[in-house]
Design a protein around this ligand. Structure first.
Ligand SMILES: *Cc1c(COP(=O)(O)O)cnc(C)c1O
Length: 361
């Protein structure tokens, strides 16, 4: 069976170094807000090309902290793509803001920049771009809109560690960015983890305080904060893996290229990419009219796949208020999408097998 993602194999490549670091943490007995957190934050900020990285407990918290850090709340609107993973939208609702859904572009699966302006009102405070499936959003038009209407740009970079737009990394393309280090992400830890990146000194200080019980120094609480931290073990593991991220992404690009050049089946729509460096292929999303049949057929032939995602956010029970709204492009993606395995530890034989079987469907 070709697994969708063999995490044991992914992490075993660093086993020795990770064992050593965990042992050093156990020997030292310091588990939170220590040297590894600081080291990883510095290295990840450098990697993204920004001034600040603030570790936190997970990707949802990262987005939540950005919105809280800006002080957005009830009555404020934030624009977000209709086909994103629900966490982007939950972070907006959690702060009492109104998520305003915008249809994606069927070719990139990212927010359609042409459809944003008509959704901007005098309540709009921010545009949340999501670099979905690992492809950096084309930012040009969005930067112009943000300038014209004085809006913040929040990036959800949870699927796009290392992706480039015009030579700049995700995490540096907006005013602030949230990352997730969930185990299955391109840069993943061994539990939950996340971070915020930004060049904004004030926002960074506020977020650091909010994430630490609203405290800017010990027992001094200036915000009604939360507890959201990246622990030392996760930070140390991430710091082991970070130097290999670009190489892993390169391998993902190779696999993607092989799939795109060799899967030749009129029943399968392959993903498009406008610039190879802009995509880190967290997910290789194909579309097929007979998606469920294709998934079953691949499974029977030893290939595990996934669906990202089966149900759009506006059709979820959590958002009953949107039940009667219609986002046909998003719905079309959710109806037909299938994710082929594309992990950096796949062998050439496995990749060839995926192509062979997919072509025979
Ligand atoms: C994974 C993910 C998140 C949430 O990250 P967690 O660490 O699981 O909280 C947010 N947005 C997107 C697009 C994601 O893929």
């Amino acid at each position: 069976m070709i697994k969708f993602l063999d995490l044991e194999k992914v992490n075993n490549r660093y086993r020795e170094e990770i064992d050593k670091r965990i042992k050093s943490i156990l020997d030292k007995g310091w588990y939170l807000q220590g040297e590894w957190d600081k080291t990883f934050e510095d290295n990840f900020a450098k990697f993204c090309g920004v001034k600040h990285c603030i570790g936190c407990a997970n990707g949802l918290d990262a987005l939540n902290l950005i919105i809280r850090g800006y002080g957005f709340g009830a009555g404020d609107e934030i624009i977000v793509p209709a086909n994103t993973y629900i966490a982007s939208i939950l972070a907006i609702s959690e702060n009492g803001c109104t998520p305003v859904l915008v249809e994606p572009d069927i070719n990139t699966y990212n927010i359609n920049p042409e459809l944003i302006e008509e959704k901007i009102t005098d309540k709009t405070k921010a545009i949340m771009v999501v670099h979905l499936y690992g492809q950096a959003v084309q930012m040009g038009k969005i930067w112009n809109l943000a300038k014209k209407y004085n809006l913040k740009i929040i990036e959800d970079s949870a699927q796009a560690h290392g992706a480039l737009y015009n030579g700049n990394r995700t995490g540096s393309l907006g005013d602030a960015s949230g990352f997730s280090f969930y185990p299955g992400k391109n840069l993943g830890c061994m539990g939950d983890g996340g971070c915020v990146t930004t060049n904004d000194d004030e926002l960074a200080a506020r977020i650091r305080a909010i994430a630490n019980y609203g405290s800017d120094r010990k027992y001094h609480h200036i915000y009604k904060g939360i507890n959201s931290r990246l622990d030392e073990i996760q930070a140390a593991i991430l710091d082991v893996k970070l130097p290999y991220l670009d190489n892993d992404n390169k391998r993902r690009r190779e696999i993607s290229k092989f799939y795109r050049e060799n899967i030749k089946n009129p029943k399968i729509i392959l993903p498009k990419v406008y610039d190879e460096k802009s995509h880190v292929w967290h997910i290789f999303a194909i579309r097929c009219e007979k998606r469920d049949k294709l998934q079953k057929y691949l499974e029977e032939n030893g290939i595990q796949t996934n669906i990202h995602y089966p149900t759009p956010p506006h059709k979820q029970g959590a958002y009953k208020e949107w039940e009667n709204q219609s986002y046909p492009v998003s719905e079309e993606i959710h109806r037909t999408e299938l994710s082929l395995p594309i992990s950096p530890v796949m062998t050439d034989d496995e990749i060839e097998k995926v192509v062979r079987i997919a072509n025979a469907f």
